[in-house]
Design a protein around this ligand. Structure first.
Ligand SMILES: Cc1ncc(COP(=O)(O)O)c(C=O)c1O
Length: 466
């Protein structure tokens, strides 16, 4: 059973007060952090008295908030043992989407045009596979070869034995976290970062060391160097290309500087290249793995082709590939063969897929920027040169306030703090441009209506510094 202390919950909640009654604002914020995964199903909440004292409230206010959450089915109280977060039988992501038509919580695309043809082509290759066992824990040889060629085309010589095929990039991140991190080890992460990477590192009880990444100025490399030197992280998780959520990319000189610093201090850099293909206008850059043999790369076809394919990979030294394969056997015994054959077909059409994604995402970004310019003329909307989303300063509103209001308007979004640690980013909102222009315009209209619910002005509390 997981419990959360009153002090920790106060941090997770961030600046939660709105102009409405305190007990409703508190209940709304607890519900939001449960729905977006910051507070797991089954977590025991602090006793009313403890939370009241941590938040400087009366016990009656907290009791009122808990009662409201019980009525909404988000809290379950068991006599004598406390109050537990309850999302019913549904995972948080499903619970968050119930009855909400516009899902902007995921920065994900539908299948690209050639995907169906690649599935069809793979069926013609299946025959000979069926006379074999199908168990290949490191991956099908044809896909390992195709992924190795993909790295070679980008200037990083790679032997197929350095490739381990996984069931998606998330699987790869989780496997590497298990192998490279012991409980209590430090792990360097970008702040903000991809939320499920935080989840994977928390699952192995890593202690995160955040390093700032900004839409305009990119990585704070001086801080990254200091963190590598002072904290000695076992692992450093970075997204060098079109970072999720900022869209920022590391320049080549910065890649070299970061790889050198990690080598000096014995940190294994894990470069997540899932979003690498989503280039609107930047042009290719040498992969981080090109700057040090110690860099481990994670990739996958979820964004380039389709999330439903569930094929990803790890590129690492042969010995690390072996260690990961050994650790994997307690979880699964390989990635489905058929999907790997589809992935081989898709990689052969990489250029076509990249071009298609560029058109789709370019239209999405233009629609998003156009709609925001109309409905939120005072917002400075970033113009990223790739990726899936804009990461914008949503002041004077708080991100959570907008997200809660948007739910009432039929739009699901993820609040800024889900992308960071310790309640940071209440002043930021991630808006994906992966949907159709019409859906994007409808989402911005819904967001405007949500903002109008709070039209009386900014929050009564200052926003957390970003
Ligand atoms: C940066 C990043 N890494 C990994 C993933 C997960 O990819 P996959 O669907 O291949 O598991 C995502 C998906 O959103 C992502 O944005």
């Amino acid at each position: 059973m997981t419990s959360i202390t009153a002090a920790r919950l106060a941090t997770v909640l961030g600046p939660w007060r709105t102009r409405g009654p305190a007990y409703t604002a508190l209940a709304d914020r607890i519900r939001l952090v449960a729905l977006d995964g910051r507070l797991a199903h089954g977590t025991r909440l602090p006793a009313e008295r403890d939370l009241a004292s941590a938040l400087g409230l009366s016990r009656t206010t907290v009791a009122g908030a808990y009662a409201r959450l019980r009525d909404a089915g988000v809290l379950e109280s068991r006599r004598g043992s406390g109050s537990f977060v309850s999302l019913g039988a549904r995972p948080a992501a499903d619970a968050a989407m119930e009855g909400i038509p516009l899902d902007f919580t995921k920065a994900a695309l539908p299948a690209a045009g050639p995907v169906a043809a690649c599935y069809a082509a793979a069926t013609t290759l299946l025959g000979p596979e069926l006379s074999r066992s199908g168990y290949e824990i490191t991956g099908h040889p044809a896909l390992r070869e195709a992924v190795a060629r993909h790295f070679e085309r980008r200037g990083v010589p790679t032997d197929p034995e350095q490739i381990l095929v996984t069931s998606g990039a998330q699987h790869a991140i989780a496997l590497l976290s298990r192998v490279l991190v012991a409980p209590g080890d430090r792990a360097l992460i970008e702040q903000p970062t991809y939320p499920h990477a935080i989840d994977a590192l928390q699952a192995v009880r890593a202690r995160p060391v955040p390093v700032p990444v900004d839409v305009e100025s990119g990585w704070d490399l001086a801080e990254a160097e200091a963190a590598l030197r002072d904290a000695g992280p076992a692992l450093g998780y970075v997204m060098p290309d079109f970072q999720n959520p900022t869209g920022a990319s590391l320049r080549e000189d910065e890649r070299e500087r970061l790889a050198r610093a990690a080598d000096r201090h014995g940190t294994v850099l894990v470069a997540d290249e899932t979003t690498m293909w989503l280039d609107l206008r930047r042009g290719p850059r040498r992969p981080l793995a090109g700057f040090s043999p110690a860099v481990v790369t994670v990739g996958g076809l979820g964004k380039l082709a389709w999330g439903g394919l569930r094929v990803g990979w790890i590129r690492a030294s042969r010995s690390l590939v072996t260690r990961v394969a050994q650790s994997r056997t307690s979880l699964d015994l390989g990635t489905p063969v058929f999907e790997q054959l589809v992935a081989v077909e898709l990689l052969a059409r990489e250029n076509e897929l990249v071009a298609e994604r560029r058109v789709r995402l370019g239209a999405g970004l233009a629609a998003l920027r156009g709609a925001l310019a109309e409905d939120f003329p005072r917002w400075m909307v970033p113009d990223p040169d790739g990726g899936l989303a804009v990461w914008l300063d949503c002041s004077p509103w708080s991100s959570s306030e907008l997200v809660l209001g948007a739910r009432e308007e039929g739009l699901a979004l993820t609040a800024g703090p889900r992308f960071g640690l310790h309640g940071a980013f209440e002043g930021r909102l991630r808006l994906p441009f992966t949907d159709t222009p019409d859906a994007i315009r409808a989402a911005v209209r819904a967001l405007r209506r949500a903002a109008d619910r709070h039209a009386s002005g900014p929050l009564t509390e200052p926003l957390v510094a970003v």
